[in-house]
Design a protein around this ligand. Structure first.
Ligand code: ZN
Length: 326
């Protein structure tokens, strides 16, 4: 009987063939190779075929069949293991590529230059908003900053085509944005479902006006020391998830009416408190579906206030990106 400490091939019918081969007992190696699916398996088994040449045809045939079945089985297992491993690697790679979603935060590059705001946003507003989106990284989002000052105004075709959600902050340079780029943004939203988020003075951006098809003007714009409380109007709306009412100690007041199409939802409203103590309400977060894409507008975000560093505002943007991409 075979020494149990030795590791012959598992199939007892192969033992005499194996012994006649004069090869070292590498069964252990074979099994280990089989287990870990490494190349030595095939390398070690092939000599078995060569050692069978002295057997009569029938025995050789029978044995070869068994060996062949054995080898085939192991080869199949190897191939299967290799295929599975390769598939897993490819799948993981494809999964990462397919599920990686891109949000681009665009700004015009003025808030970090203007004396009144550069201390608040020394790296521009796109940086502050992008930093606030960091929680999205764990959900396979890629967060990219873009600026009017970048080549192709920050949105080269390849980038725009692969963007799931575009966040836009502009104030003084709306007119410098090329109409051709605006057309491309409109197409991406309406025809291809890219999400678009405009905030504060981006109400007058060419892109938002083109998407909504209205003047997008407010009645007045007053930076007079007003404060505001942001009210969660639709607590079950995805944009309000984890957000409670909160106060902004300073805000540039945008007075209603806001000339936009009727929104499909207004998850956030606001109550301004003017310096004299009187109150005025206005919409703070508005949602539309434009063609195949979703559009969100968020009122706060004047460049001299630190709104984009506030945890509530950051939560709203994280939620809005997910909503706009859904
Ligand atoms: Zn402003």
């Amino acid at each position: 009987m075979a020494n149990p400490c030795k590791a012959y091939p598992i199939d007892p019918g192969l033992i005499p063939v194996f012994d006649r081969s004069g090869k070292a007992n590498l069964g252990q190696v074979l099994e280990n190779s089989s287990c870990i699916g490494t190349a030595p398996l095939v390398f070690e088994i092939e000599p078995l075929f060569r050692s069978e040449q002295h057997l009569d045809m029938n025995e050789q045939s029978r044995t070869s069949n068994r060996v062949a079945q054995r080898v085939l089985s192991r080869r199949e297992a190897l191939q299967l293991t290799g295929s599975i491993a390769a598939t897993m690697i490819v799948s993981r790679h494809m999964l990462a590529v397919e599920t990686s979603r891109k949000v681009v935060v665009w700004s015009e590059g003025t808030a970090n230059v203007d004396p009144a705001s550069k201390k608040v946003y020394p790296e521009d507003i796109n940086t502050a908003i992008a930093e606030g989106l960091a929680p999205l990284k764990s959900e396979n989002w890629q967060i990219i900053k873009a600026s009017l000052n970048d080549p192709e105004q920050g949105l080269a075709d390849d980038l725009l085509k692969s963007t799931r959600v575009l966040i836009w902050w502009g104030h003084k340079k709306h007119g410098e944005v090329k109409n051709e780029l605006v057309d491309k943004i409109e197409k991406r939203v309406k025809e291809e479902g890219m999400g678009f988020i405009g905030t504060h003075s981006a109400h007058f951006s060419k892109a938002l006006k083109k998407l909504l098809g209205t003047p997008c003007s407010w009645r007045e714009y007053v930076d007079d020391g007003s404060s505001a409380e942001i009210i969660v109007k639709e607590p079950n709306h995805p944009i309000c998830k984890g957000v409670s009412n909160f106060k902004l100690p300073g805000i540039e007041r945008y007075g209603e009416p806001f000339k936009v199409p009727p929104p499909e939802s207004v998850p956030l409203e606001g109550i301004y408190t003017k310096p004299g103590g009187t109150n005025e309400n206005a919409r703070m977060g508005l949602c539309w579906t434009v063609g195949k894409g979703k559009v969100f507008y968020f009122t706060p975000g004047h460049e001299t206030y630190n709104d984009y560093y506030r945890p509530e505002v950051r939560r709203i943007f994280v939620n809005a990106v997910k909503w706009a991409s859904s």
